[in-house]
Design a protein around this ligand. Structure first.
Ligand code: SF4
Length: 333
């Protein structure tokens, strides 16, 4: 299938007083039309900076995209003049964030805000844009859209506001929708409704989706493929069922062991990954995960793992490196 977006060797660094933070370090992936890629990791893993880099919204200074390509329909977005990039944002690629209240303007009605986005990107007249706003509110399941369209953000619940953000993002029929923790601030029932909505809209519009989240439950609901990030690097990339069934990277394994399972009895304790994500200006030598890894060997403190292809997964761990895998065989010291 045709690749809609291809990220190749993306590097985004932050130049801070404490040193260089390699927030995104040599990240590569691609997404086909109509597919959903989940990006998962703890905060500071680089997942949000990856999406901001695609949109060229990284705050500079201190941030800078220092390498790589972001090919959208084969055209490198990182090389586009800013005026063309503005056209891409909203028109071709749209983004929704965790807290809709910070993205909605409290002094304008939601109808006006959606209509303005439509006028800006699709050059329609006001009447058509207003009708589109009503139509979009109805599409995202807001009851009584003709009335709701005249309301202000504070008159809506958190779940409704997130639906409005989705309506606004989809009003220009983007080919790629980036969702950054879209359900984190919502309660569980509303979360499920929003995820169902995103899935249904994907079927209806054929848009590709990048779903950024720290919650593997969300990934299981919506993703076709999954990337697991740790300290700015992809540590595992696999098809969603393969990742849940057979996680290869010890970090992915740890993340999966920390979520409850449906058939799990009440006395089974959930396991958390010990330790903390290291400070990005004080990264450990070797594999960045070694201070927290239950499989770590001495070599992990010295050597950085490279990407390897194993059983259809891409994984970054020395356990699978033919040069050192002997060390993990039973009885090895
Ligand atoms: Fe763990 Fe070593 Fe693999 Fe890193 S390289 S994840 S420390 S086993």
């Amino acid at each position: 299938m045709e690749k809609l977006i291809e990220v190749k060797g993306l590097k985004t660094y932050f130049y801070t007083e404490d040193g260089v933070v390699k927030a995104v370090d040599d990240v590569s992936f691609s997404i086909e039309k109509g597919k959903t890629l989940g990006i998962v990791g703890e905060s500071g893993s680089g997942k949000s900076i990856t999406s901001l880099s695609i949109m060229r919204l990284v705050q500079s200074p201190p941030g800078k995209i220092v390498g790589g390509e972001v090919l959208f329909h084969g055209k490198d977005l990182l090389k586009l003049p800013i005026s063309e990039m503005r056209q891409v944002r909203g028109n071709d690629i749209a983004m929704i964030f965790q807290e809709p209240m910070t993205s909605l303007n409290p002094v304008f009605t939601i109808g006006r805000q959606i209509a303005e986005a439509v006028i800006l990107h699709q050059k329609t007249d006001k009447k058509t844009a207003w009708e589109k706003a009503v139509q979009m509110l109805s599409l995202v399941g807001i009851p009584n859209p003709e009335k709701r369209v005249k309301e202000y953000p504070h008159q809506l619940s958190g779940g409704m506001r997130q639906r409005v953000m989705i309506a606004m993002a989809l009003s220009c029929s983007p080919e790629l929708l980036i969702c950054d923790e879209p359900t984190t601030a919502l309660d569980v029932t509303i979360q499920a409704q929003i995820l169902d909505l995103i899935n249904a809209l994907k079927q209806e519009t054929g848009a590709a989706i990048i779903m950024i989240t720290h919650a593997l439950g969300v990934i299981a609901e919506v993703a076709d493929d999954v990337i697991v990030m740790y300290c700015g690097k992809i540590v595992e990339h696999a098809e969603v069922h393969a990742l849940f069934k057979n996680p290869l990277h010890p970090y992915t394994e740890g993340l999966l062991q920390s979520i409850p399972k449906l058939n799990q009895s009440d006395d089974v304790k959930l396991q958390s990954i010990p330790g903390m994500v290291p400070k990005m200006t004080q990264m450990p030598e070797g594999c960045p995960f070694h201070p927290r890894c239950k499989y770590a060997k001495e070599i992990c403190t010295k050597r950085q793992p490279e990407n390897l292809e194993v059983d259809g997964h891409i994984v970054r761990c020395l356990k699978y490196d033919p040069e050192c895998s002997e060390l993990w065989k039973e009885g090895a010291r």
